[in-house]
Design a protein around this ligand. Structure first.
Ligand code: DEZ
Ligand code: MG
Length: 303
């Protein structure tokens, strides 16, 4: 497998790389920003690519925000972007449930482990849901919960899917409800199963780690509908209609972003070293996932 091209500081190589593509799929956490911190040159780089007539799609596994929420974040960071250019894992999961699964009543309700991003995107697809940010579930489990979850009387008979995403308010009560629905035959889906979340220049437990307790108890992993799922790639291609050979995936994580681009047979992948993966991970002899090229930070594309 050929070694990736290092672009930082090489203006001619950067220009040649950019000219190869018409479309850039951008990961967000660890590439554009780390939580609220915007990496230097990010807004300018996006402006530069737009000035060159490139089509941009923001493809994030972070299910805590909806497309509308991301539009607000882009605006607050001075980045020109529309909600329609965002394709997050919460939207990917909602589209999958509404247009692929096509759940029919009575078992068409979703039990959510996650935040408002998932709830908003389910709502946008007219999918009924419970759980999620419901304040009634942000409490300790009590003896009557054990009794009524155990005998099923606390369960909603219309729940046909458990959808797990990054949940900053996970607790034993919510895990027990999700587990009970799965044991009753609910489909087990996840927006994504990233092990870590790049935030505040550090790493925190990701969606996959937060949901791991339920997966361990149930003995099966969920079907994840975020990167590197090719169901997500197909949905993105279906919506934005691009030529995969002229499309580049830009990301900080080898096992989601770069794998997503390689398995999607895109024209190229660009690893950015401001998030989860380090260059040692893909420069090592026998590395399984190797990007086409890499840069220290996104702003380096400004040359
Ligand atoms: O744990 C998670 O959900 C992920 O770390 C996080 O949300 C990744 O977001 P992305 O890098 O795909 O924008
Ligand atoms: Mg990322």
């Amino acid at each position: 497998m050929s070694k990736p091209q290092y672009l930082t500081g090489d203006k001619a190589a950067i220009d040649a790389f950019i000219d190869k593509f018409d479309v850039f799929l951008f990961d967000c956490d660890g590439v554009l920003w780390s939580g609220e911190y915007l990496f230097p040159g990010t807004a300018e780089t996006i402006e530069m690519l737009r000035a060159k007539g490139k089509q941009l799609v923001f493809v994030t596994n972070n299910s805590t925000k909806s497309r509308a929420d991301y539009k607000k974040k882009f605006d607050s960071k001075g980045i020109t972007a529309s909600a329609e250019e965002v394709f997050g894992s919460s939207y990917s999961a909602a589209v999958y449930i509404s247009r692929i699964l096509k759940l029919q009543p009575p078992k068409n309700k979703v039990f959510v482990l996650g935040e408002t991003g998932i709830e908003q995107e389910l709502q946008a697809e007219n999918i009924p849901y419970i759980g999620g940010t419901d304040p009634a579930l942000r409490r300790d489990i009590d003896p009557s919960d054990f009794e009524h979850i155990g005998d099923g009387s606390a369960l909603d008979p219309n729940v046909g899917v458990v959808l797990a995403g990054l949940d900053f308010h996970i607790n034993y009560l919510k895990m027990s409800l999700a587990f009970a629905y799965l044991r009753k035959g609910a489909l087990y889906l996840a927006t994504n199963i990233d092990s870590t979340l790049p935030q505040a220049h550090s790493l925190f437990p990701g969606a996959g780690s937060v949901g791991a307790g339920v997966a361990k108890a149930f003995g099966k992993d969920p079907l994840a509908l975020g990167k590197p799922s090719q169901a997500m790639m197909d949905a993105i291609e279906g919506k934005f209609k691009f030529d995969r050979s002229k499309t580049c995936m830009v990301g900080d994580r080898l096992d989601t972003d770069i794998r997503f681009g390689i398995e999607g047979k895109l024209g190229g992948t660009l690893a950015v070293l401001t998030g989860v993966s380090a260059k040692e991970h893909f420069l090592a002899e026998g590395a399984e996932v190797v990007p086409t090229a890499y840069i220290d930070k996104l702003g380096d594309l400004l040359g």
